[in-house]
Write a protein that binds this ligand. Structure first.
Ligand code: FES
Length: 105
């Protein structure tokens, strides 16, 4: 049985776009030709696509913990290439920073 859900993603300072069930937010941005996040490894390993989820439900795929600590994750940060919506999302770009680095264990 296919999952044909399509979610609305609102990224601050970018046009609203759709993301298919099972598609990462970063992949959906690429598919729609939307900028606003840096493209890197696309596999959760570099951290350049870091965002903060302001609203909505989602699941995360595997990520490198040196770019997204468990504490960051609990506080709503995510990597867009590993961010899979389960509902409409509101997100803002949250590039990796010294603040995030201090949250690592
Ligand atoms: S593009 Fe490298 S972690 Fe997302």
């Amino acid at each position: 049985m296919s999952d044909d859900r399509n979610f609305t993603i609102r990224l601050a300072d970018a046009p609203t776009f759709g993301c298919r069930a099972g598609e990462s937010v970063l992949a959906a941005m690429q598919r729609h030709g939307i900028g606003g996040l840096v493209l890197g490894c696309r596999s959760g390993g570099c951290g350049v696509c870091r965002v903060h989820v302001q609203a909505g439900c989602y699941r995360l795929g595997p990520v490198g913990r040196n770019h997204l600590s468990e504490q960051d994750q609990e506080n709503g940060f995510a990597l867009a290439c590993r961010l899979f919506p389960e509902a409409d999302l509101e997100i803002v770009a949250a590039p990796y920073s010294k603040t995030a680095r201090t949250n690592q264990q």
